[in-house]
Design a protein around this ligand. Structure first.
Ligand SMILES: C[S@@+](CC[C@H](N)C(=O)[O-])C[C@H]1O[C@@H](n2cnc3c(N)ncnc32)[C@H](O)[C@@H]1O
Length: 282
C-alpha cells in the first residue's frame, strides 16, 4: 500500500499509493517530483490522473483538474460521501463479479448509465478488473477496455479513505489544461503531467494524430508554461527525456533528468529504463 523513502536525509516519508491504477502515474518517481516542486500556498494539477502528486505533497490547498469526466465525478463523490461510497464500491469486489461474463455485463451497465453515482462505483470496479488498469474510450465515448483476468483484484479501501480525508483541501475540476492554467494566481504552483510524448520519434506522433495529446498540444503547453512563469507563477512539467521535449522546454529555468525502471509497453513482460525529465519554468 505504501512505501517509505527518505527526503533530504531527514525522517522517512510514508508514500501513499493512489487508489486507481493509472497509465503514467507518478508514484514511482514521486521523490523526484516532490524535490523539484517549488513551495507555495496552492498546488494546481491540470493533468491529475490518479493524483499521486496530490496525495504525496503538503500544500495548504489544491486544484485537481482533468478532462476525464468519469474521473472528476468519482473524486467529487468520494470527497463528499467517503466511507458510505467506499462500502458501495466494495460490493463488486467479490469472486462472483471476477469473470468475463460479469465484467462485460457491468461494463455495458456503466456505458448505458447516466447516473453519475452508479458510474463512479462501476468506474472503480472497471479500473481494477479491466486489462492493465487502462482507461480507454471508443469514438462514441464508450469505455472499451477488455477484461483483465486478475486472480483476485485488490480493493483499495485504505487508499480511498486516505484520498477522502485529504480531499477536504481540494477542489476537483473538469476542464482543459489551458483554462485551469490561465486561472492560476499569485501564490500558486502548477505541476503538469501531460500524456507522455513517445520515447522514440515514432511516426504516429504528428500534429495530425487524433484523439491523443499530439505534438501541437505538447508545444502549446510548453509555451503556456513559459508565459505563466513570466507572470510569476512557477510551473513544473514532467515528460520523457527526448529530443522533442528538450527543445520544447528550452525556456525552462532548470531541467532535471533521471531514469526510472518502469513498464514501457502494453505487454507487461517488457520492462525497460525510461529517461524522464522535469522542466521547471520559474
Ligand atoms: C500522465 S496522466 C497523469 C498522471 C498523474 N500525474 C498520476 O500520477 O496519476 C495524464 C492525464 O491527463 C489527462 N488529460 C489528457 N488530455 C488533457 C487535456 N487536454 N486537459 C486536461 N487533462 C488532460 C488524462 O485524462 C490523464 O489523466
Amino acid at each position: 500500500m505504501s512505501v517509505t523513502s527518505k527526503a533530504n536525509n531527514k525522517k522517512p516519508i510514508q508514500n501513499t499509493r493512489p487508489f486507481l491504477k493509472w497509465a503514467g502515474n507518478k508514484y514511482r518517481i514521486i521523490d523526484h517530483v516532490r524535490k523539484a516542486l517549488p513551495k507555495g500556498k496552492r498546488l494546481i494539477e491540470p493533468f491529475a490522473g490518479s493524483a499521486a502528486v496530490f496525495l504525496n505533497t503538503d500544500y495548504e490547498q489544491y486544484i485537481i483538474n482533468d478532462n476525464n469526466p468519469d474521473l472528476i465525478n468519482l473524486y467529487n463523490i468520494l470527497k463528499k460521501d467517503g466511507a458510505e461510497f467506499i462500502k458501495k464500491c466494495r460490493y463488486y469486489f467479490s469472486p462472483r463479479y471476477n469473470n468475463e461474463e460479469q465484467y462485460y455485463r457491468l461494463r455495458k451497465k456503466f456505458n448505458d448509465s447516466k447516473d453519475i453515482y452508479k458510474r463512479a462505483i462501476l468506474f472503480v470496479y472497471l479500473n481494477r478488473h479491466g486489462y492493465n488498469g487502462l482507461c480507454r474510450y471508443n469514438l462514441k465515448g464508450g469505455y472499451n477496455v477488455p477484461f483483465g483476468r486478475y486472480k483476485s483484484p485488490y480493493f483499495p479501501e485504505k487508499e480511498m479513505l486516505i484520498f477522502h480525508k485529504k480531499s477536504t483541501n481540494a477542489e476537483f475540476v473538469l476542464s482543459s489544461f489551458e483554462d485551469i492554467i490561465q486561472s492560476a494566481k499569485s501564490g500558486d504552483v502548477i505541476y503538469c503531467d501531460p500524456p507522455y510524448v513517445p520515447l522514440s520519434s515514432s511516426a504516429n506522433f504528428t500534429s495530425y494524430s487524433t484523439g491523443s495529446f499530439n505534438k501541437d498540444k505538447q508545444q502549446q503547453l510548453a509555451d503556456l508554461a513559459h508565459e505563466t512563469s513570466n507572470k510569476g507563477i512557477p510551473i513544473l512539467i514532467s515528460n520523457h527525456n527526448t529530443a522533442f521535449t528538450r527543445k520544447a522546454y528550452n525556456n525552462a529555468k532548470k531541467i532535471t533528468k533521471f531514469h526510472v525502471q518502469r513498464f514501457i509497453s502494453c505487454n507487461g513482460s517488457k520492462r525497460g529504463k525510461a529517461g524522464e525529465l522535469l522542466a521547471l519554468f520559474d
